[in-house]
Design a protein around this ligand. Structure first.
Ligand SMILES: Nc1nc2c(ncn2[C@@H]2O[C@H](COP(=O)(O)OP(=O)(O)OP(=O)(O)O)[C@@H](O)[C@H]2O)c(=O)[nH]1
Ligand SMILES: [Mg+2]
Length: 340
């Protein structure tokens, strides 16, 4: 993934006096070397019937982040088990989601953290107690150091037996492999739901998909505008309550989102790769006919020649399209760079 544009400073909190948070703050390094400022942290938790998880999660977050100025934002998808009221009683801000979907909930929470809370750092974490809140502090410190803009957890580093089904494990591996090659996201665990980022990126990541594919889009959008990415080993446990993931449907949706991102951000890889594959397949299909023509002067199966020619011509066209799309992408990037 190319780092083309500088991250926007829009919406960045300018200091404690401009924020509505009024808890105790600690000094953390800002992105400007040598200058320290007080930073506020917002933890966004999407929930859909996660009463069991939220019961422990909110007190634990408060405990492990007590050194920070922390606000917890629970975005509830109209749970029927009383999650919203419980979260409110435990001291979280509760936003009720009008629409539905994991991505939609996160984007609502991020907007609230950015506009209403004016947080400097935003954390996202599932409400099902699969992630250990103790991992958050490390991630915050890395972002606060100013060297990285987004830290993503790697669940494969320390996973409890049975925390992820075999299908999900392989599905996640496949999606991460595809994200690496098609979009340039170099992560072992591109779908991990525990992340910490600088809130100033919020406007860049809040016009995206409503579903589970948002996890990939969020990383792609941040890195596309020059955000620096890092992966950190974290622990991952069995969830409390029922899963909301629909492995096949969500997996296919994530794959199709990745294809769209590849079209926009890596057209040469997508169209060029498909073009080269088609040309090579066309050559293989036509090889026998070519041999016959050379050796005997006639061809026994003319349809193979037609098919081979069609494949080679289409492949060259796809490759050319990839080159043109790549040129347009570069021009667009230069144009945006000039505007900024
Ligand atoms: N507000 C809201 N939250 C959602 C929605 N769908 C899922 N969530 C929450 O998003 C988080 C992630 O969903 P999970 O079911 O844990 O999905 P997962 O982590 O991929 O899968 P498992 O943890 O293995 O079941 C959980 O806290 C869910 O409650 C939704 O439509 N709206
Ligand atoms: Mg989960």
């Amino acid at each position: 993934m190319e780092a083309s544009l500088q991250p926007s400073d829009e919406g960045r909190s300018s200091g404690p006096e401009t924020t509505s948070m009024n808890h105790r703050r600690i000094d953390l390094m800002t992105t400007q070397p040598g200058k320290s400022s007080k930073m506020a942290v917002a933890v966004v938790v999407p929930t859909l019937n996660e009463r069991g998880g939220v019961t422990d999660l909110i007190p634990q977050i408060k405990r492990v982040l007590n050194e920070y100025t922390t606000e917890i934002v629970v975005v509830d998808g109209n749970s029927s088990d009383g999650t919203a009221n419980l979260a409110k009683d435990l001291g979280a801000h509760v936003i009720k989601q009008d629409g539905s979907g994991y991505g939609d909930a996160l984007q609502l929470g991020f907007k609230f953290a950015h506009s209403a809370l004016k947080a400097d750092i935003t954390v996202m974490i599932d409400g099902d107690m699969t992630y250990d809140p103790k991992d958050i502090a490390n991630m915050i410190d890395i972002v606060a150091s100013g060297k990285v803009d987004l830290v993503v957890g790697n669940r494969f580093a320390d996973m409890e037996d049975g925390a992820m089904s075999l299908t999900s494990k392989w599905g996640n591996r496949l999606l991460s492999w595809f994200a690496k090659h098609a979009i340039g996201i170099r992560l072992t665990d591109s779908q991990c739901g525990l992340r910490v980022f600088r809130t100033q990126f919020t406007p860049t990541i809040t016009r995206a998909s409503a579903g589970m594919a948002y996890a990939t889009e969020m990383i792609a959008e941040i890195t596309q505008v020059g955000g620096r990415l890092m992966e950190l080993p974290i622990s991952y446990s069995r969830r409390v309550g029922k899963s909301k993931l629909r492995p096949v449907r969500d997996g296919l949706q994530i794959l199709s989102t990745m294809l769209r991102l590849a079209r926009d951000y890596r057209p040469l890889f997508l169209f060029g790769g498909a073009g080269v594959t088609l040309v090579m397949s066309g050559v293989v299909v036509g090889l026998n006919s070519f041999y016959e023509w050379l050796k005997f002067g006639y061809i026994t199966h003319p349809p193979f020649v037609v098919l081979s020619s069609l494949m080679i011509v289409s492949g060259v066209q796809l490759l050319s399209f990839g080159l043109i799309a790549d040129m347009i992408k570069s021009l667009r990037r230069d144009f945006r760079r000039n505007i900024n």
